[in-house]
Write a protein that binds this ligand. Structure first.
Ligand SMILES: Nc1ncnc2c1ncn2[C@@H]1O[C@H](COP(=O)(O)OP(=O)(O)OP(=O)(O)O)[C@@H](O)[C@H]1O
Ligand SMILES: [Mg+2]
Length: 392
């Protein structure tokens, strides 16, 4: 097993997630899924794994990211491109897709074209909805059951929003997309995911019912046992000795066994450690401190960025204020104190309480905070230390 930091992991570098895979395949028998998780938990890696094992579950599968898409038609192009990746499918798919597009003026399929081979002709651009429908009915005509995994849907939605009539555009896109899922439910299942929470984005714009056909699947960190075996596996691959007590210490320092942070800490150990003696707690402390220095801020900064992307102003500022308060102590802060903290920014009591409830929900769902008795504390202790030094 190789260390991998940042890019989605595949093949032998992908560890475990067995239970999650079983649960997801069971859900997919009936439902579409919305994969919800904080950043860097392993959503994209898990979707890759689901695609590569889909045949065992009676599915043909492919994955597309909507992150690079500038408009609705680009999303359809990304999908067409993803489906064409499978050499066996590409030819019959293109033939049928071409036929399905025949009645739409101003569009044709080219065999080797970039952008999924969808070429527009003439002055008047055709309606993207019709092209999307043609794509789905083409898939429905191909044999078997399809699984389409879409990554970074919310990134695209937020990009549409910045355009003229952005709100109308996302409303129309999201409802069209739901109709598409419902109309072709018999042959096509979808998993939607993103580094920003689709549920939060949809509810922020009053579009919650455009995703109400999706079964939410929250993906968490590794369990303690899995994290321990993961560290053992890495240690074995890199000829390091990390005893049980030291592995527990690593997890205690990180606070929440997110695979990404386990990899990060392990990587620093490999870099700094000779292999002749077992790793000890002091090695862990040193590696941990180095990673908290400004040089490595990219590993934590996106927690702060996500607040702005997902919540927008002024809620991102309110959330930052709450997190600053919670970061002061390892054991967190009581709800009463959080309420007083928010009072500095929202004077009206009803509005303050409503915002507090909403933001605590989001911050809990997104892995920032966890409720512990009547207190809210940082879930990732490592992030708390970072927050205290570099943000608060
Ligand atoms: N099953 C796994 N086995 C080993 N490492 C993993 C696993 N899942 C995630 N990781 C680690 O987490 C990192 C991020 O994984 P991935 O890109 O899949 O997460 P993500 O949730 O899609 O992140 P983002 O929210 O930024 O899109 C990987 O580079 C790897 O270090
Ligand atoms: Mg991802």
């Amino acid at each position: 097993m190789k260390i991998s930091i940042g890019n989605p992991v595949t093949g032998d570098d992908f560890f475990d997630r067995e239970q999650e895979q079983t649960q997801i395949w069971r859900k997919l028998e009936r439902n579409h899924i919305m994969l919800l998780a904080p950043r860097r938990i392993g959503k994209t890696s898990l979707m890759h794994r689901l695609c590569s094992t889909a045949a065992e579950h009676g599915f043909q599968a492919t994955m597309a990211s909507f992150a690079p898409c500038k408009n609705e038609l680009d999303c359809i192009r990304e999908l067409a491109k993803a489906i064409s990746k499978d050499k066996k499918i590409a030819k019959p798919f293109r033939k049928k897709f071409s036929k399905a597009l025949k009645h739409i003026k101003g569009v044709k399929i080219s065999v080797f074209g970039v952008g999924g081979g969808i070429e527009l002709q003439g002055e008047e651009p055709p309606d993207w909805r019709e092209i999307g429908e043609a794509l789905a009915s083409t898939l429905a005509e191909l044999d078997g059951l399809w699984l389409l995994c879409i990554d970074e849907l919310p990134v695209f939605v937020l990009k549409l929003l910045t355009e003229e009539n952005g709100r109308d555009k996302i409303r129309s896109f999201l409802y069209w997309f739901r109709d598409l899922r419902q109309n072709h439910h018999k042959n096509i299942r979808w998993i939607l995911a993103g580094s920003i929470g689709m549920d939060t984005v949809a509810s922020r714009y009053g579009l919650g019912d455009s995703i109400n056909d999706l079964d939410p699947f929250p993906l968490g960190a590794f369990s303690r046992e899995t994290a321990e075996s993961f560290l053992s596996c890495l240690a074995e691959s890199y000829d390091l000795t990390i005893n049980h007590g030291v592995r527990l210490y690593m997890m205690q320092k990180i606070g929440w066994p997110v695979p990404y942070y386990l990899q990060l800490l392990f990587d620093k150990l490999v870099e700094r450690r000779d292999k002749t003696t077992p790793v000890d707690n002091e090695d862990i402390d040193n590696a941990f401190q180095i990673l908290l220095s400004p040089t490595y801020r990219i590993h934590f900064d996106y927690w702060r960025q996500r607040l702005s992307e997902e919540l927008g102003s002024p809620d991102d500022g309110h959330a930052l204020h709450l997190l600053n308060a919670a970061s002061q102590d390892r054991t967190g802060v009581s709800k009463t104190i959080l309420s007083q903290t928010l009072q500095e920014r929202i004077a009206q009591p009803d509005q303050k309480e409503e915002t507090l409830r909403y933001l605590l929900d989001v911050l809990e769902n997104d892995g920032y905070l966890i409720q512990d008795g009547d207190r809210y504390r940082f879930r990732l202790e490592w992030l708390r230390e970072y927050w205290l030094r570099r943000v608060a």
